[in-house]
Design a protein around this ligand. Sequence first.
Ligand code: BV8
Length: 319
Amino acid sequence: MAVSTIPAADLRTFSEYLKGCKRILALLGAGISASSGLPTFRGVGGLWRSYDATDLATPEAFEANPDLVWQFYSYRRHMALKAQPNRAHYALAELARRNKDFVTLSQNVDGLSQRANHPLSQLRLLHGSLFTVKCTSFYCSYSRENEFADPIVPALAIPKNVPEPKPSTDDKTGEEASKSLYGTLGVSEGEELDISDDRVPLSPLSPDVLPHCPECKDGLLRPGVVWFGESLPSHTINLVDSWMKSGPIDLILVIGTSSRVYPAASYVDKARARGARVAVVNMDRNDVGSSGLNPGDWFFQGDAGAIVPEILKEVIGEI
Ligand code: BV8
């Protein structure tokens, strides 16, 4: 059934153009996972207890309070594992199977694209993954992927009364999810207390109960994500850049991102410079990407989980 929020004329012109596209990029942000029940960074979603997520996603925060940062990431690992990919994740995976010249650049670390069976050779994780861990010892290069143990160590177990993410099609911005996951809730008698609620005392953990490196034995392990102030993985960036330079680009899909974080957001203009037209999918009419829309671009307003499978239907069929 057609998604009512897509103007028919836009769907028609986009579908016509899409059929002729060969080299396509997608840039994903937290908004694509909102209707899977994972909160975005903006607004309530950006708060974990009374901390701004971006204050915790830094090497300095980890250096100063590795236990607090690990509790933040252990909680996000737990929630991401409980969440399910939505139809947007599956639609992009299907597009990748049908078009080997389609590449997804994801800012997300939640693993949902991978769990939607997106071909991994066409998925570039710009900011790493919650499920990769690496050693912080200067002399040790240990890292491991697909570390799905939840909790990763007993001391980081999520208290039993934390509500699970509720994937909901009616909570399309993830704001409700944010409130239940990261915001502080008014808690009445008998209601579940949420670890993200400041009133749930976070017991300080001594470093020796945090995850440690099995190789060098003494290095603390950290989440294998890119923190603010850290460079993006050069191997990944080189793969993206060489793909972009290997020919003109027909289209970039900009899905569920506020396009505020660099250098990830710069891929939109880089794609434009290679000839791409831009199609933005976002709940918020104002989030049209760092340099706005040009004539010939598209803006599809609504939940990515509903919009993305609809606008790709011409090429991927019903998913
Ligand atoms: C670096 C992993 C330098 C960790 C993340 C200018 C140029 C270059 C850099 C900078 C610059 N100014 C400042 C910087 C530094 C900084 C930066 O960009 N800061 C921002 C805040 C201005 N950048 C960095 O630090 C980067 N590194 O520059 O290194 C360097 C160079 C050489 C040597 C040394 C250093 C590293 C940045 C990576 C940080 N790590 N994630 C973790 O997740 O914990 S960033 C994290 O936040 C996400 O990965 C993502 O990138 C970003 C959040 O953005 P979004 O995903 O867009 O989410 P947001 O909540 O903002 O928006 C959600 C959108 O979805 C909204 O538009 C909403 O309307 C929409 N939406 C909601 N619901 C739905 C929906 N849409 C559709 N459907 C729905 N249902």
